[in-house]
Ligand binder design. Sequence first.
Ligand SMILES: [Zn+2]
Length: 444
Amino acid sequence: MLLFPGDRLDSYQILDRIGQGGHNIDRMPNGHMRRSKGMRNLAILIAAAGLATQAAAQDRKLLVISIDGMDHRYLKDRDALKLRIPNLRKLLEQGAWADGVMGIVPTVTWPSHTTLVTGVGAEEHGILDNNIQTVKGSERYWYSSYLKAPVLWQAAKQAGKRTAAIHWPVTVGAAIDYNLPEYFQARLGGAMDLKSTEEKSTRGLVKEIAEEYPSFLTPWMDDRTRTLGTIYVLKRYQPDLTLLHLMDHDEVAHKAGPFSREAMATLEYTDELLGQILAAAPANTVVAIVSDHGFEAAPRELNVAAYFAAKKIAAGGTVVRGGYLITYDAAVAAALSEARVDSGSCVGREIPRSEVDRFLPGTTPEARLFEPAAGCFFATGKAGGEIVSSRPSAGQHGHWPTRYRAVFLMAGPGIQRQGLPEMDMRDAVKHFAKVIGIAWPPKR
Ligand SMILES: [Zn+2]
């Protein structure tokens, strides 16, 4: 099965091709194969027999870098946007790049990151939102004990691989060898207090990093120090699987709006950090650049309670989720359908049943879902307030997945340059597993 760029591929073949890196011996990361002519010939024989997969996979390392909130359009329209992102551009030129990634419901950070490493939607993996209601109040789904589905780092460990994670969501208490989990008690924009992370980290790791990079100890852990931590772990331990979550771009896109000059500058800054990370990665590293969701400008919001009060309809039986709402009340659904006629109302499309079944399987037939109009977001609100008002944050996500796309790009040893069709976010983990040569889904 020799595949060349330009071949028409079905999704199974594409998966095969990314994971196996084709059969191009020269591009194989396996140093052993280049040591002697004899070994090289042997390698060719093995490849010819179609057995190259394992030899290559055993040696490759995977570095997954999530750039939070990086909408697919930043890469697709990089020239029109005049983005100075030389490292991302280089990876695009060398790697396999999907024509966008269709997210899950909700298109929110913690559930989506968990889908990237479990391959299943929120209901199945158990991380339903960023936050969970606990006896202590609302807090993040910090702990890996919340995970209901098998996760990539477990499968890697079971296969004898060494793993690392830097500010990856839902990793407090996870069986990860070098772990700086996303955990904070205080935040300053996208930065989180280092003390909290240290408390939950692999014992001694923060101290070790600081010995090599003293400025790691600034009180707020941001993308700069996330990068330092990653570089340290890559150089010192060379894990087989490293997961890094960069967040500064998302933070700025919320505040200044997606595609604003601030959001683009922060993406360019992220690219600078990426360059430093790539320079530190072992030679046999495959790098995957992913994101968790796209982004929309949302300068207005609809106060749903005030809207219902004005229409004199009971607001019961309606759940407001920001990027969409669900109503079980026929009168509410009728009012929302009517509101669409008024272009200033902020109410968008009723989500067709086929899409509801696709993204929220198991939703009862009585439920009807609506999404906000472009530029709007739903807020629960209070009955007395203004119906449509301007929002404090200029950018938002959490919308219905079809409205934007996330990113998937993979480059490195054995990965051929190619355009891939649009990808389902739940498929990313299969590619990750294949790069490091582990079975997915893992055997329970
Ligand atoms: Zn996010």
